[in-house]
Design a protein. Structure first.
Length: 266
């Protein structure tokens, strides 16, 4: 009888040991599978991250190439305006001045024409300077924007107001100068073409980070609809900002006007 009990105990012990062994083996398999799954998921995440970063880098490179091409075209136009149109206007003004000297009786008649030619010369020179990025890189960004606002204020239909706060005296690299200035031009150009605004306010601040806000009291537009249609003007602004790792925020209401914020993200 005792022997039978001992045999049963040994048998139960063997069964228990077998069950524990099986459970341990299954647990190890599950742990191994969990580790494999985790490694696989991490690998997918890393791969996706690499692909995403490559896509971002490619887009930045593409945008930078487009911007570089645009800058090259603008520089060529600037040179043509300065060398061709500017010289021709200078020659026309020279001819008018000679005509006034040869025929004093025509001076009163020719003077308004001569003055218009001089004004046009100044305008062409200002436009030429605003298109030339070499000149932009040689001067302060705030001063370049102030000069452009002064030129645009000659248009009496729209009034521009500029406010500058450069408390921390931020220094821009050449790429930032060009991109921020072109975004400024793009926004102002869009307002002149589409907004039917009477007032434009430009605010530049540099504390704690650089921000440029351009607001108008024009007719406004549906921002989401414009972005879905991939409006060329808005697309250019956003793409340019991305090149220097800046952000863009657009707020607009129909018949209430528009406000566009360019801000430093880093």
């Amino acid at each position: 009888m005792l022997i039978c009990l001992q045999k049963k105990e040994i048998k139960m012990s063997n069964i228990t040991f077998g069950i524990v062994t099986i459970l341990l083996f299954v647990s190890l398999i599950l742990l191994f599978c969990a580790i494999l799954i985790k490694l696989y998921v991490q690998k997918i995440k890393n791969y996706t991250k690499v692909i995403y970063q490559k896509d971002i880098d490619f887009q930045k490179s593409l945008n930078a190439t487009i911007i570089e091409t645009q800058e090259h075209v603008l520089t060529n136009i600037s040179q043509d305006l300065h060398d061709d149109a500017g010289q021709q206007l200078t020659y026309i003004n020279f001819q008018l001045e000679n005509l006034k000297l040869e025929s004093p009786e025509l001076e009163a008649t020719l003077q308004p024409i001569s003055q218009s030619v001089v004004n046009l010369m100044h305008t062409v020179r200002s436009i030429s300077h605003s298109l030339n990025n070499q000149l932009l890189m040689q001067q302060d960004l705030y001063k370049a924007i102030a000069n452009e606002v002064q030129r645009l204020n000659k248009n009496k239909k729209v009034r521009l107001h500029l406010s500058i706060d450069k408390s921390n005296n931020k220094i821009f690299n050449n790429e930032e100068k060009i991109v921020i200035y072109r975004i400024f031009q793009e926004i102002i150009n869009n307002i002149f073409k589409h907004a039917k605004a009477k007032e434009i306010t430009i605010q530049l601040v540099s504390v704690p980070f650089f921000e440029m806000t351009i607001s108008d009291n024009g007719k406004g537009f549906d921002v989401e609809a414009a972005l879905e249609k991939e409006s060329l003007g808005l697309k250019n602004i956003i793409n340019r900002a991305g090149i220097i790792e800046y952000g863009v925020k657009i707020d607009s209401e129909l018949n209430e006007g528009t406000s566009i914020l360019l801000y430093e993200t880093k």
